[in-house]
Design a binder for this molecule. Structure first.
Ligand SMILES: Nc1nc2c(ncn2[C@@H]2O[C@H](COP(=O)(O)OP(=O)(O)O)[C@@H](O)[C@H]2O)c(=O)[nH]1
Ligand SMILES: [Mg+2]
Length: 175
């Protein structure tokens, strides 16, 4: 199963992925990449039960938009699901998910949305409902990956459950 982790720079994508690496004893990543600026997706494979889950952590900075679109399109040939992450302390990162969602236009992927940094503010439920319906993503809730690492594991479990229950997995994805 492939999960494409999407969202603007600084929302907590790398925190999410690295938390899962620690939690599930995945291979130690090449380097801690929190705050690192690179155009390539950071790929991590973790074992979850019998499954192999590959997470693609794309850089969110504006300067990498074009190359991210190209890299994501290449990876989408192999299928996967989109996890959109917004930061409740920066509403522009939530509306910005509409731009990320366009990268998945016309592709049959499961779309899920979470909000991070609930430790520093209350999420704007109206905005979240609006954006999640516009991008066709199922909202999984508000979390804090930094303060509660278990939140990342909870999202992974929920994603696996929903993907398998909804059977939207693309059979050709050979992870
Ligand atoms: N307050 C708070 N900060 C967080 C949380 N998750 C991540 N951060 C911080 O947000 C910054 C950006 O995180 P990072 O994972 O690099 O974001 P990315 O650019 O989306 O990969 C870092 O300083 C993290 O420590 C959270 O739940 N709450
Ligand atoms: Mg990052």
């Amino acid at each position: 199963m492939r999960i494409h982790v999407c969202g603007e720079g600084g929302v907590g994508k790398t925190t999410f992925v690295l938390t899962l690496v620690k939690r599930f004893d995945a291979a130690i990543p090449v380097a801690a990449r929190i705050g690192v600026r690179t155009e390539r997706p950071y790929v991590v494979e973790i074992s979850y039960g019998q499954r192999k889950i590959r997470l693609y952590d794309y850089p969110g900075q504006a300067e990498f938009r074009e190359v991210v679109a190209t890299n994501l399109a290449k990876e989408l040939v192999h299928g996967g699901h989109a996890l959109f992450i917004g930061d409740c302390s920066r509403p522009d990162t939530i509306t910005g998910l509409e731009r990320w969602a366009k990268l998945f236009d016309g592709v049959n992927v499961g779309r899920y949305m979470v909000i991070n940094k609930v430790d520093v503010c209350d999420p704007d439920i109206g905005l979240i409902a609006d954006v999640s319906s516009k991008i066709g993503a199922r909202y999984l809730g508000a979390f804090t990956f930094l303060r509660e690492p278990e939140h990342a594991a909870r999202i992974l479990r929920t994603l696996v459950y929903m993907v398998e229950a909804e059977s939207v997995d693309i059979p050709s994805e050979g992870v």
